[in-house]
Structures are given as structure tokens and as C-alpha cells.
Design a protein around this ligand. Sequence first.
Ligand code: FES
Length: 74
Amino acid sequence: MTYEMDYEVCKCRHVTLGETMYAIKEEKADTLDKLQNLTDAGTACGSCVCKEDDIGEAKLGLYLVDILKKMNNE
Ligand code: FES
């Protein structure tokens, strides 16, 4: 599955995939802490952080740790 840049990675804080990628790439948010500080993503219910923390009934398709891992490896 592919995601558009305006896909909302964090529903609580309304943070998009594009904003997340920008923070990682351009603002050097290479850890979850830095990413959360910069974007606020994952700072409410926490479901978007990783699959294990996803407390929603309809599971999310994309998690912050996975985006970080993928981009840190590129
Ligand atoms: S969906 Fe990201 S904190 Fe709730």
C-alpha cells in the first residue's frame, strides 16, 4: 500500500506523512523523542507510535517507528 503525503499519520495531532518525513529528513529528527518534540505526533493517545501501542479498534496502517526506521536506513 502506498500513502499520499497528506495521509494523516497521527490522527490526534493531525500530523501528516509529509510533515513527519520533513521533520526526519530536514530537521534531523532521527529518534522518536525528537520527532515527537518537533511534530507533536504520537503525544496524545500514542496509537500511532507503533503497532503494540495501537489501542484503536481500526488499526492504523503506518506507525512512527516504522517511518523512522525506513528513513534512517535510506
Ligand atoms: S493517533 Fe497519534 S497520538 Fe493518537
